[in-house]
Design a protein. Structure first.
Length: 447
């Protein structure tokens, strides 16, 4: 029960037993949780994390005071602390689940890229957790989505809309961790200079300053800047909170204004960017004034005109993109099982190092069966005209045909299914699913 977990309960216990402990930090953590609204699941989860941390520290301090307390009081106090710990961890799981459910309800709201990411970034900066991330990059810009749970490929559209791009976007899947006010993204590969672009993206989306580092294979990259003070956390400033609140409040109206009136987008993005630049320079008063101007521009933006329903091909694009992403993941899972079995059986062989290197060639087929189809379907979804969409539709079908030809003729694909180590059906899986995709795209071409 949550009533077991409160400042009042702990203080009453300590007073009743005449305890003299260094428990100020624990009391503050409990007080912070007491003040959280029951609907603020992210805030409650963060407060509970603080309680868990302080209870563990209190247990260590208690052990040092065992002689002074005596066995009986020491045991009672230890039991009480573990009761607090158990309750905190149970509630933390519950609040995490509720936060995920609330995230699902937000669907593809642009706030997932802005205000909703703020508590996630702050949680990651503390360390001890990992979250999936989806990065979108163009020749000049970058955006990132961080989530507590697996990110659906459909969220690529959300990133594309945020970047205001209709094509030429590269998507990277990553795992994000953090420590000491920093974020680290783990990727399979990375284009040069991505860390600095991600640092700017995180700031523009959340208003939070943080150092960024990347890891891909045995290589790494950082933004190359050393933060002053507390390891990269944002500087305390009386106007920072006011700026952040104003920035978050205007985020959704700003995105809506961009969508409903492209002709005013240049002016809106210029003022929005000016506010961010001023905030990055710690000139929060000027940033707030810029947000006031942005608010006025948003109010003056004309209402959206009514548009017709989306063509049926949109459904086919979305279903095909999701199906191909799931297919690639299924194939990757089979390849990982095969690689693990090969290495396990050959670990005592004298040429194990060569076998280990050779096992990596299993994944070469995914260099051909790549993400071009997903990228092409994203372009089709964001096409400016029906004619452009139809052309991209045809190109997507051609990519599926190319994949099918490769699966039917490549010797490695055949060798994998006849490997002699584990049972796989890579060729059958790919053939069936690619034919389904080809049929779906063909049936929706006239739509």
């Amino acid at each position: 029960m949550a009533e077991k977990l409160s400042k009042e309960v702990w203080v009453a216990f300590a007073k009743k037993n005449k305890l003299s402990l260094e428990d100020g930090a624990l009391i503050k953590a409990l007080e912070k949780f007491d003040k959280c609204d029951e609907k603020q699941h992210e805030a409650r989860s963060a407060a509970l994390e603080g309680i868990v941390e302080q209870v563990k520290k209190q247990v260590v301090l208690l052990a040092k005071a065992k002689k002074d307390l005596g066995d009986k009081l020491f045991g009672q106090t230890k039991d009480k602390l573990y009761e607090l710990l158990d309750e905190s961890e149970k509630l933390q799981k519950s609040e995490g689940k509720k936060a995920e459910e609330a995230e699902d309800e937000e669907a593809d709201s642009p706030t997932l890229l802005t205000s909703a990411m703020i508590p996630l970034v702050r949680t990651l900066q503390k360390g001890e957790t990992t979250m999936p991330a989806l990065i979108a990059i163009t020749s000049k810009k970058a955006a990132v989505l961080i989530s507590r749970r697996a990110i659906s490929p459909s969220r690529r559209k959300l990133l594309a809309e945020y970047l205001q791009e209709t094509g030429g976007i590269k998507y990277l899947i990553a795992q994000c961790t953090g420590a000491s006010g920093q974020l680290e993204f783990q990727l399979d590969s990375s284009p040069g200079g991505l860390s600095k672009r991600l640092k700017q993206a995180v700031f523009e989306q959340t208003g939070l300053r943080t150092r960024i580092s990347l890891r891909f294979g045995e290589e790494s990259e950082s933004d190359g800047e050393e933060e002053e003070g507390n390891g990269g956390a944002e500087a305390e400033d009386p106007l920072l909170a006011a700026y952040m609140a104003r920035f978050e409040a205007l985020d959704e109206p700003y995105r809506q204004a961009l969508r409903r009136s492209p002709e005013t987008a240049t002016k809106l993005t210029a003022v929005h960017g000016f506010a961010i630049d001023k905030a990055e320079a710690h000139q929060y008063q000027a940033a707030l004034q810029a947000l006031d101007r942005l608010d006025k521009l948003i109010q003056e933006t004309p209402a959206a005109t009514t548009v017709g329903a989306q063509p049926q091909s949109f459904v086919a694009f979305t279903q095909t993109r999701l199906a191909w992403d799931q297919t690639r993941k299924a194939v990757q899972a089979d390849l990982r099982k095969l690689e693990a079995e090969i290495l396990a059986r050959c670990k005592d062989e004298s040429d194990f190092a060569d076998i280990e290197v050779g096992a990596k060639t299993l994944y070469e087929m995914l260099d051909v069966l790549d993400e071009r189809l997903i990228d092409k379907l994203d372009e089709a979804l964001n096409a400016a005209t029906p004619q452009a969409r139809q052309q991209l539709h045809l190109q997507a079908r051609e990519i599926v045909d190319e994949y099918l030809e490769f699966v039917e003729t490549d010797e490695l694909v055949a060798d994998i299914d006849a490997n002699g180590f584990v049972d796989t059906a890579v060729r059958a899986t790919l053939t069936t699913r690619l034919n389904d995709m080809a049929g779906r795209l063909a049936a929706s071409y006239a739509a």
